[in-house]
Design a protein around this ligand. Structure first.
Ligand SMILES: Cc1cc2nc3c(=O)[nH]c(=O)nc-3n(C[C@H](O)[C@H](O)[C@H](O)COP(=O)(O)OP(=O)(O)OC[C@H]3O[C@@H](n4cnc5c(N)ncnc54)[C@H](O)[C@@H]3O)c2cc1C
Length: 512
């Protein structure tokens, strides 16, 4: 393949009428430009019709349609220059803006009961903040004599994503070959994604990235990550860019699908929200200059999320999403308790209380993050770091208790769940009689327990559990990072003052 064969259309050529898209427009775009997905050894020619991806594509389309519904249009979109854009692209200037953005995140999260980890708002928050903080990239330059301005590129790309209401995926980590080695020490220097060469058209990149959730997307953003370890100031592994998910040379190797084509009544979450996770291979992909944001600079790459403020806006989307998810666990658990009449048992109440406490902690952290928000150096009202750091360390450590509580509350009900076909089969009458609930028909009871199973026991639930542990990074290293940045000076000083107190009272309390 020559460099000419690798060319992708310019962003201007790819752009259409600006504004928030409908589900039909999103699906049409996916059909025209399908991401290069591979599932079970075969190329997915059209994700909107392939059995493993069509339901997720339809769910995404539903999210795009939601922003045009009369009920949510005003919340989920905003107007600027006579055009309505998706709310998650809005640049917050006030705390009230943040509150509105948070509310919109929660409405969109409720659409998937909080189980759609990577609805487009997550990456929208990333590009919004990166676009506003684009000056951050000014220091980075190509080695060759190419007239490119990475800051301007970042700004233009953020507008491109907003104007076309694109759906993005991203991939930060390099393949898990040997974590004891640096990227350049692996058997092949291009196992980890690296820069091969600069050309007049752009940069050639080669290698792989470990994980991209939601590869059923328009574009992949390789945002400079915080995980690059290097002994040098410059590295071929430090980069930031974006390309369409069908750029020549790019392939997404998807994991085994969780959506196995069952009726949504039987698999209420897995049949709708299998967002997929893919291993991403870059086989000498040409990234046009207009899509490059950073090259070689290790320090700039490692600090990009913090330096642009992107991480806090993404974490704010996440805290809202996790509120919605915890509410879904609460609603499901309480419905089970109501259905089987177990609410008078003290340990059942105590288990429900555990969910309530978790929910209120997350809600409190969301409020704290926006109430303590301050404008960053780029004038973007930015949610406070401390509550968000607490949320993104707390939730991964505690989430697994939620499915466990569903199991403890539902017991055999979460396994004895005849399917819709069973209910409609020869034993239908007996199923209706013996599997009714204290307050509901067998049909309603079984729908409920099937939901609890998909939340807490199915392969969909298993993947969710791993996702919650790792999606925002390694919890071990996140704890260390929190320890490193948290300023405990005042607390330490108070203890020192106490230890040095003379007698019973502090100064001022003496002789009273
Ligand atoms: C379901 C799922 C979806 C995901 N989606 C995305 C996505 O869309 N985009 C994306 O970019 N990423 C995604 N991730 C990846 C996520 O960012 C990583 O899982 C996370 O950063 C941890 O990296 P790793 O998986 O490579 O683990 P590793 O770094 O390989 O860690 C494996 C083990 O070794 C330990 N370890 C490794 N190195 C160190 C070290 N230096 N110090 C201490 N302990 C260490 C870890 O603590 C862990 O126990 C996803 C992950 C999952 C599970």
């Amino acid at each position: 393949m020559t460099v000419a064969d690798k060319k992708i259309p310019s962003m201007a050529e790819m752009s259409g009428q600006p504004g928030a898209k409908t589900g039909a427009e999103f699906l049409e775009r996916l059909r025209r430009n399908p991401p290069t997905l591979y599932i079970d050894g075969q190329r997915v020619e059209d994700p909107t019709t392939h059995p493993s991806t069509k339901n997720m594509s339809a769910s995404l389309a539903g999210l795009y349609d939601l922003q045009h519904s009369p009920e949510y249009r005003d919340l989920l979109t905003f107007e600027e220059g006579g055009v309505r854009y998706g709310r998650s692209f809005m640049v917050p200037r006030t705390k009230e803006d943040l509150r509105t953005i948070g509310e919109a995140h929660r409405v969109r999260a409720n659409y998937g009961l909080g189980f759609l980890g990577r609805a487009p708002d997550y990456m929208n928050a990333n590009v919004m903040a990166a676009g506003e903080g684009a000056d951050y990239f000014a220091r980075s330059k190509p080695k060759g004599d190419y007239a490119v301005d990475f800051s301007e590129n970042m700004r233009r790309y953020a507008r491109f994503v907003r104007d076309n209401d694109l759906c993005l995926t991203h991939a930060l980590t390099n393949p898990q070959v040997n974590r004891a080695k640096l990227e350049g020490e692996l058997p092949d220097p291009y196992i980890a994604l690296g820069i091969v060469e600069e050309t007049p058209e752009g940069v050639i990149v080669r290698g792989a990235r470990m994980m991209a959730t939601l590869p059923i997307a328009d574009e992949i953003l390789i945002f400079p990550s915080t995980v690059l370890r290097s002994n040098d100031k410059e590295s071929i592994y430090a980069m930031g860019f974006a390309v369409p998910c069908n750029a020549p040379g790019i392939s997404f190797q998807c994991r085994e699908p969780i959506d196995v084509g069952r009726d949504p009544e039987d698999h209420p979450l897995s049949s709708r929200f299998d967002e997929q996770d893919a291993f991403v291979i870059f086989d000498d992909v040409l990234v046009p200059w207009e899509r490059v944001f950073l090259l070689y600079d290790v320090e700039l790459a490692n600090n990009a999320y913090a330096g642009t403020g992107a991480v806090l806006h993404m974490a704010y989307q996440v805290v809202n999403l996790k509120v919605a998810k915890t509410e879904a666990f609460l609603g499901t658990a309480q419905s089970i308790v109501n259905a089987i009449g177990s609410g008078q048992f003290q340990h059942v109440q105590s288990k429900m209380a555990e969910i309530i406490v978790m929910l209120e902690i997350m809600k409190g952290l969301e409020v704290a993050a926006r109430e303590q928000a301050e404008p960053n150096e780029y004038g973007v009202m930015t949610p406070a770091r401390r509550p968000l750091d607490a949320a993104r360390n707390y939730y991964p450590a505690n989430h697994a208790r939620l499915p466990e509580l569903l199991q403890l509350l539902g017991a055999s009900g979460i396994i004895m769940m005849p399917s819709k076909a069973d209910r409609e089969g020869p034993l239908g009458e007996q199923i209706a009689r013996f599997l009714q609930a204290g307050n509901a028909s067998a049909e309603d009871r079984l729908k409920l327990f099937r939901l609890a199973w998909d939340m807490g026991m199915s392969s969909f639930a298993g993947r969710q559990e791993l996702y919650e542990r790792y999606f925002f990074g390694d919890p071990v290293r996140m704890h260390s990072a929190l320890y490193e940045v948290y300023d405990s000076t005042e607390a330490v000083q108070r203890i020192q003052d106490f230890l040095n107190r003379d007698g019973m009272y502090a100064e001022g309390g003496k002789n009273q």
